[in-house]
Design a binder for this molecule. Structure first.
Ligand code: CMC
Length: 348
């Protein structure tokens, strides 16, 4: 799908269960295009948040707030509309929160641009001059979103299901998923990978010194972007992204210094008994940040890009759960192992 599809086509497949016909895909693209604008009051809502806020909690708050703008009853028709609204408005929310953080005016969506080009335009255009979106960059973002689109019961997806199982609406459930994704052991790892590569470049001197720390059991340092609960081999998404890094850097003419450090780290780690014995390989976050950085996204926006990609997966999982005839509220059992009886402290 990374080779042959567009992100919206993948989104349709995940949510509907089948690949769309050309007519269905065109109809879906149209619907998404005509729902990209935010209510004008959103500007004030996002504007009231601190400028230095991380864009992940801003996005979680903004998606949660969609439930205040669209208070419709949860009929099948309205759920379909909420799905379109989420996919359409998420890039606008992401770009608007970025513009707020740097003190620039929000750029309105453009209906003549495809999904990812429109997002890039809202991120990087200003009202002062024309901004042309490079189609190669737009395709790279589309590819990145496809690769993040769904990944079974990871932490954020399980959170979306857990919250939705109480009959909380789609916006509230997705907002919780965004919060779960923020952590550095999950989606937040893509930001931490670049911070690690930059730290190696400026402080550590070499990849070898850093890896010694990552292997030291007495040190909490981890090789970010390595290891996975399910993949005990090379994450296929990382393999695709590694190739894409070089293409994008060559196209944009940027420095390949961080990519070179990443490749050196990978090379040493894959030959090191610590990583071999524990089956630790690069995961999706290891190379994605290098591409985001080369395109010009600020580091703290990386996990928001993961959010854009994971959105259709979360939606599909939420819908699947709700449609399941054996659907019940999620309720993990607890086995209590604490004290059986304790006394109130004596009054003084
Ligand atoms: N660097 C150094 N050691 C590691 C790493 C790492 N990145 N990952 C795991 N280990 C070690 C860990 O210390 C443990 O060693 P020991 O057996 O000696 O105690 C062993 O490998 C098993 O690790 P674990 O923490 O039990 O593995 P897990 O399945 O619970 O955790 C993980 C998976 C992804 C949280 C973990 O590998 C990690 O922290 N990786 C770095 C963060 C990261 O890249 N996260 C993105 C995950 S993929 C995309 C996503 O879900 O968002």
């Amino acid at each position: 799908m990374a080779q042959h599809s567009s992100f919206l086509e993948v989104a349709w497949l995940l949510i509907r269960g089948e690949l769309p016909s050309q007519e269905e895909l065109d109809g879906f693209r149209d619907e998404v295009t005509y729902h990209t604008m935010l209510h004008e009051d959103y500007g004030r809502f996002i504007g009231a948040l601190p400028k230095n806020a991380h864009p992940m909690p801003v996005s979680a708050a903004a998606v949660g707030a969609l439930a205040t703008f669209y208070q419709e009853p949860e009929t099948a028709e309205h759920v379909q509309r909420s799905i379109v609204r989420l996919i359409a408005k998420m890039p606008t929310i992401a770009a608007q929160s970025f513009k707020h953080s740097i003190g620039q005016p929000a750029i309105y969506p453009r209906n003549d641009l495809p999904y990812c080009s429109n997002f890039l335009h809202m991120m990087f255009a200003t009202p002062c001059e024309e901004f042309e979106v490079d189609p190669v960059v737009a395709r790279a973002v589309d590819l990145l979103l496809i690769l993040h689109a769904d990944h079974e019961q990871n932490c954020s997806t399980s959170t979306v299901r857990m919250v939705g199982s109480s009959m909380a609406n789609l916006f509230a459930s997705i907002s919780s998923g965004i919060s779960a994704l923020w952590g550095e052991l999950h989606g937040g790892a893509n930001q931490r990978v670049i911070e690690m590569l930059e730290q190696i470049r400026t402080e550590e001197g070499s990849a070898d010194v850093f890896l010694q720390k990552a292997k030291d059991r007495g040190d909490t340092t981890r090789l970010m972007g390595f290891g996975h609960r399910v993949y005990k081999n090379y994450d296929p998404r990382a393999a695709i992204l590694k190739k894409e890094c070089r293409t994008i850097i060559e196209r944009l003419g940027g420095s390949s210094e961080l990519l070179d450090i990443a490749m050196r780290l990978e090379e040493i780690a894959l030959g090191d008994s610590y990583f071999i014995e524990r089956n630790l390989y690069p995961n999706v976050d290891f190379y994605s940040g290098v591409i985001f950085k080369a395109i010009g996204f600020p580091t703290n926006m990386f996990t928001v890009l993961f959010t854009l990609g994971r959105l259709p997966g979360w939606i599909a999982q939420w819908c699947e759960m709700r449609a399941d005839p054996s659907f019940r509220i999620a309720r993990p059992r607890q086995v209590y192992t604490g004290a059986t009886k304790r006394s109130y402290p004596k009054k003084r």
